[in-house]
Structure formats: C-alpha cells, structure tokens
Design a binder for this molecule. Structure first.
Ligand code: BDR
Ligand code: CA
Length: 304
C-alpha cells in the first residue's frame, strides 16, 4: 500500500475524498494535516477529528497554517456552510488523535521515518506543503510525488482564471510547483467533469455510513447543484492515485501567476510549450466522466 499524507481543509468534498483514501486497500493514510481554507484552521482541524470519530479511524491529525503566507485569509463558507461540513450531525471530535507537533513537523517525521517514499495529497491551499518544502528541504528526496487538487487548465472558480486552493495562497503554490518534486495536478477542468448526478446521489443513503454522510452533506453543497450534478473536486486527486486510467495526463510546465492584475492565482499551464520550460507537473487534461461516476460509487460502497 502506498503511504500517503492528506493535507486538507474539510470541506464537504474533502470529507468524501478522505473517506475514499482511508478505506482503500491500495493506500495507507499515515497522517492528516489541516490548513485554513474552506473554513478557518480551528474548524478544519475539528472537522478532521470529527471525521476520524465518525469513520472509526485512528489516523493522527496535525494542525498546520492558520493563514496564507502573504495574503489575507478568505473562507468558502458560501460553498461548504458555516462549519465547513454543514448538513450532517457528526460525533464529537476524536481529540486524542490531535498531535502536539505542527503539521510540517509531523509531515517531516512521517516522511523521514517511512521506509518507502511518501505521497502527499494536498486538497486545500498549499501553505503547509510550501512551508514543509522550504523549512525541511531534506524531505524532497523522500516524497514519491505530490498529487494535488488545485488550479485549472482553463478557467477558474475564484474569479475568472483562478481556482480556490491556488488563489487562497498563490505564493505557496508557486513554491510547491518550483520545488522539483514530481507533481500530479487535478484541476477544475477535471473536477467539472467528475460529477455525481442526482441518480447517483439517490444511491448513496443505501451505501452505509459514508454514503449516508455524503448524501446529507451533498444536499448542502454548492447551493442547488444537488439537482444538476455535484463536482467532486477533491476526490479527483484521490482518483488520480487509485484510478489513473480514468484520466488523460500531459507532462507540462505549470507556473502560478502572482502579479497579474486580472489573473492572480491562476495556474499558467503551458500545454503548447510556449515558455520553453522543463515540465514540472503531470497535469490531468480530461477525465472519463461516466467511468468516474461508477468508480466513485464503487469506492463509497466499499467505505467502512
Ligand atoms: C477546491 O476548493 C474547495 O472549496 C474544495 O474543497 C476544493 O478543494 C475546489 O476549487
Ligand atoms: Ca478542499
């Protein structure tokens, strides 16, 4: 099983992505680290600990960055609700799993102690991962790859061109893309095709506790999209690991726009090689939407 660390800001789609990873027999989730994103750090950390209680899992959780490296923090409560996981009554957080270490110290220790290279799966803003790579560069050689949800090959969801996770902390994202660690990027362009349609959601309540949770959270996720199809952004990153055959990838250079007057936080994905730079990421260009839907339902049915 591939050892992984999930860096997350739960988050409704985060909650589902974490469940799929935890219950996969191909992945070994060693650590969950939290970051401010969809909601503030106290809430994302509490949510991660509530998920552990609900899933009956004992993965340690470490608190990370409460704010972006440079920018002001902005939440996404309009999408995920005030708590970040609105719509379902979770048990109390399993606080015994909360480490005293900061996320980057816990990540470093987990990576250096592992006898196999560790994959990092960031599904929130990249603040923790950037800090890790800058403060402890020795981890780079021990990271298998970083498989992240963020960015877009086309348009944004936080403004015209920028995606939320990258837009939240573009300096951190720039550090990560420049780090020289292998990166797989699952952006909005695949998230928009990775839909859970109403007929799929209808099957969830019969799929055990994770399905029941997902069904209730989904009713609150992104306003009216329960009826038109829910975009499974963060599960796409996990799917890139577990079912890469569903995606088409291209090795390419990805830069992060830090200074654009209209495009701050945009991932500049140089698919045609205009910039003449070495590829730094394997970018998911497209996903088989039908295949994703059946993969997703199958994965949820196997949870717990
Ligand atoms: C990303 O932003 C968050 O709201 C989701 O959890 C996902 O990680 C999509 O842009
Ligand atoms: Ca997220």
């Amino acid at each position: 099983r591939t050892p992984i660390i999930i860096d997350t800001d739960p988050g409704i789609d985060d909650a589902v992505a974490i469940a799929i990873a935890l219950f996969s027999d191909q992945l070994d989730v060693k650590l969950i680290t939290t970051v401010a994103g969809n909601v503030g750090l106290d809430a994302t950390t509490e949510n991660a600990l509530r998920l552990m209680a609900y899933y009956g899992c004992d993965v340690p959780v470490a608190r990370g960055a409460a704010e972006p490296l440079i920018r002001d923090y902005e939440d996404a409560t309009d999408i995920h609700g005030k708590t970040g996981m609105e719509g379902f009554d979770f048990p109390d957080p399993k606080t015994s799993l909360l480490l005293k270490e900061h996320a980057i110290d816990a990540m470093r220790r987990t990576i250096m102690e592992s006898d196999r290279k560790v994959t990092i799966v960031p599904i929130g803003p990249l603040t923790n991962v950037a800090l890790l790579l800058k403060v402890y560069p020795e981890v780079k050689a021990r990271i298998g790859r970083i498989v992240l949800m963020g960015g877009s090959t086309t348009r944004g969801n936080k403004g015209v061109m920028a995606e939320f996770n990258i837009h939240s902390d573009p300096e951190a994202a720039a550090i990560v893309f420049k780090a020289g660690v292998p990166i797989t990027m699952a952006g909005l362009n695949v998230g928009w095709e990775a839909l859970v349609l109403p007929e799929d959601s209808a099957k969830l309540p019969a799929m055990g506790k994770v399905g029941t949770m997902a069904y209730n959270l989904f009713k609150k996720y992104r306003g009216g999209s329960f009826k038109t199809g829910l975009k499974m952004y963060d599960p796409c990153a996990v799917a890139c690991l577990l079912a890469p055959e569903l995606f088409e990838f291209q090795d390419t250079y990805v830069g992060v726009e830090l200074a654009g007057s209209l495009t701050e936080g945009c991932t500049v994905v140089d698919l045609k090689g205009y910039l003449g730079r070495q590829p730094n990421a394997s970018v998911a260009l497209s996903v088989d939407g039908k295949g994703f839907r059946s993969w997703f339902l199958d994965a949820i049915s196997k949870c717990c």
